[in-house]
Design a protein around this ligand. Structure first.
Ligand code: CMP
Length: 139
């Protein structure tokens, strides 16, 4: 059975460009309930740990640099079929390939600076949510 929670980050590019409000509005309007949320900044160590799965990729250094350059909004979202529905809402990793109306199509500028993160599995949603939030910050 598909899980009902996913984890997201509004990334530094979208925060810098003033899109927090519009993105949260679209997330709410799409039926997701925010069950944890904060404005925070990842340290280099945080980002290296969070993205450890990508550490052999050529873009890893760039990714860590980008994700640590300013604040992000971290949140846990609840909805039936949350992981898959949220990935549909945000669109393809590369905004040039993202469907019309998706969050990345509207607010992302490149494959690296792509505005939002969405967990890719129920298992990772749990791991990523717990990375950013203690139990008593999750409602
Ligand atoms: P996301 O899918 O949220 O998590 C992994 C991130 O790595 C991805 O978003 C992009 O920000 C980044 N990424 C993926 N592919 C590339 C690439 N080819 N060049 C630069 N960054 C990338």
């Amino acid at each position: 059975m598909a899980g009902n929670r996913t984890f997201t980050m509004i990334k530094p590019d979208a925060v810098e460009n003033g899109h927090i409000g519009a993105i949260l509005e679209q997330i709410n309007a799409s039926g997701f309930r925010i069950v944890a949320m904060k404005l925070t900044q990842m340290s280099k160590r945080d980002a290296e740990q969070f993205y450890a799965i990508h550490k052999e990729r050529p873009f890893f250094g760039e990714l860590v640099e980008f994700m640590t350059r300013g604040p992000i909004v971290a949140a846990i979202l609840e909805k039936d079929n949350a992981v898959e529905d949220f990935r549909t809402l945000i669109g393809a990793t590369n905004p040039a390939e993202a469907a019309e109306g998706t969050i990345r199509k509207k607010y992302a500028t490149s494959i690296g600076e792509n505005a939002v993160h969405g967990s890719d599995s129920d298992e990772n949603a749990l791991i990523e949510g717990d990375f950013h939030f203690s139990g008593r910050e999750q409602f």
